[in-house]
Design a protein around this ligand. Sequence first.
Ligand SMILES: [Zn+2]
Length: 215
Amino acid sequence: MDLVFEQIRAGGDRNFGYLLGDRNAREAVLIDPSYSPEVFVERAREQGLQVTHVINTHGHPDHVNGNDQALAMTGARLAAHPLLRPELLLEDGTEIAIGTLRLACYHVPGHAPDHLLLHERTADIAMTGDLLFVGKVGGTGNDADARVEWDSLGRLMALLPDVTTVWPGHDYGVRPSSTMALEQRTNPFLRCADLDAFLHLKATWAAFKKERGLK
Ligand SMILES: [Zn+2]
């Protein structure tokens, strides 16, 4: 296996998308290639990689608006949670092969009902979409969704080893990527002792940030 992995600044609201591939097998996937799908496709082409799938972390417009163009340019298949009605349904526990890479998909709702966590197991790379950012977590519209997100974050922490690198859907943190160990040590939402503390932090996040000079 010869890993190809690129974090690409797509545009929009500091959106990140990703190119993930196996150079020896000449196969790759595009993850959330929004706003500038042609840039993602070009990065694959330049490296002689055939794009087999366009994958979405979730169905919000800022993550899926490049799908049609990326699919038309590559002939790839769309792979996403069943709620998005893709060609390839990614259920909880589905694993996609990209050459010798293995991309495991887990259903982690809360920020969005169709949200997936994508974990490449051989290199221990996690694309966390809008579930987990560097230093914060995805927005939720109400307490019921926040509860669901709390459970999803617990699952993410149980699933991913400390050494896993974390690659979010937006560049909202002090650095563009992180590790599970670093997030568990420094991300105030992952440090909450229980659901009540998590809900309280969500409700008071603006004041929390202001107190600490966070952006
Ligand atoms: Zn979103």
